[in-house]
Design a protein around this ligand. Structure first.
Ligand SMILES: O=C(CO)COP(=O)(O)O
Ligand SMILES: [Zn+2]
Length: 210
């Protein structure tokens, strides 16, 4: 199997896994994988639970369509992540419930949205960033993500949802799941007497795994 054929198969399989586990509703979300030709991307309007390996959008490195259906309107977000994070091999954007709920809250720290509650988010994604609201597909949203992406592999887009990168698609998926669980913990613990990790513990985790 060629690397491109493998990427197609993995996008279909992991997209279905995320959809089947309720991580994103309806025809929300988009996924991309860096490939030799450029990028493999989910087509606009597609449901990630029912992707067709043959109609996925294949783009060159500038985003021009080589083959397949019309790509996601959010390609600019994915491209911003790849440009700013040379190690990124895949990018996922979902409308997952807890991260999206968190993205709607006021008074978040745009460079550190989620407090250090448990080690794994810190180990996988470090600090989570936040960009202001702009409409889906807007150039301003792409520019805002581009500005944050060098410092953050996980970003919440206000009143919209999360976007994460990873060295490959399975890593990006695990990163997204950790972000979603951490957003859930943060919201479940709101108003409770929480004992967060010490900043020194977070620094140690960032130094070892960040
Ligand atoms: O999540 C989405 C918009 O933010 C879905 O858009 P696409 O269907 O164009 O990928
Ligand atoms: Zn979206």
């Amino acid at each position: 199997m060629t690397p491109l054929a493998l990427a197609r198969e993995q996008m279909v399989t992991l997209g279905k896994s995320m959809f089947d586990r309720g991580l994103t509703p309806g025809a929300s979300a988009n996924i991309s994988i860096k490939v030799e030709e450029g990028f493999l991307m989910t087509p606009t309007g597609s449901c990630i639970g029912f992707l067709d390996a043959e109609t996925l959008s294949l783009l060159d490195e500038n985003g021009n369509l080589i083959s397949g259906d019309k790509p996601s309107k959010e390609f600019i977000l994915h491209k911003a992540m790849y440009d700013q994070r040379p190690d990124a091999g895949a990018v996922i954007h979902l409308h997952s419930t807890w991260s999206t709920a968190l993205s709607c809250k006021a008074d978040l720290n745009p460079d550190d949205v989620i407090p250090p509650l448990t080690p794994y988010l810190i180990m996988r994604l470090g600090r989570i960033g936040l960009v202001p609201y702009f409409p889906p597909g807007a150039a301003e949203l792409g520019a805002a993500v581009r500005e944050k992406a060098a410092a953050h592999a996980g970003i919440l887009m206000a009143n919209h949802g999360p976007i994460v990168s990873g060295k490959d698609l399975i890593t990006a998926m695990f990163n997204m799941e950790e972000l979603e669980e951490s957003a859930k913990l943060m919201l479940l613990l709101e108003g409770k007497n929480v004992n967060p990790l010490a900043e020194s513990d977070r620094q140690e985790l960032l130094a070892r795994f960040g």
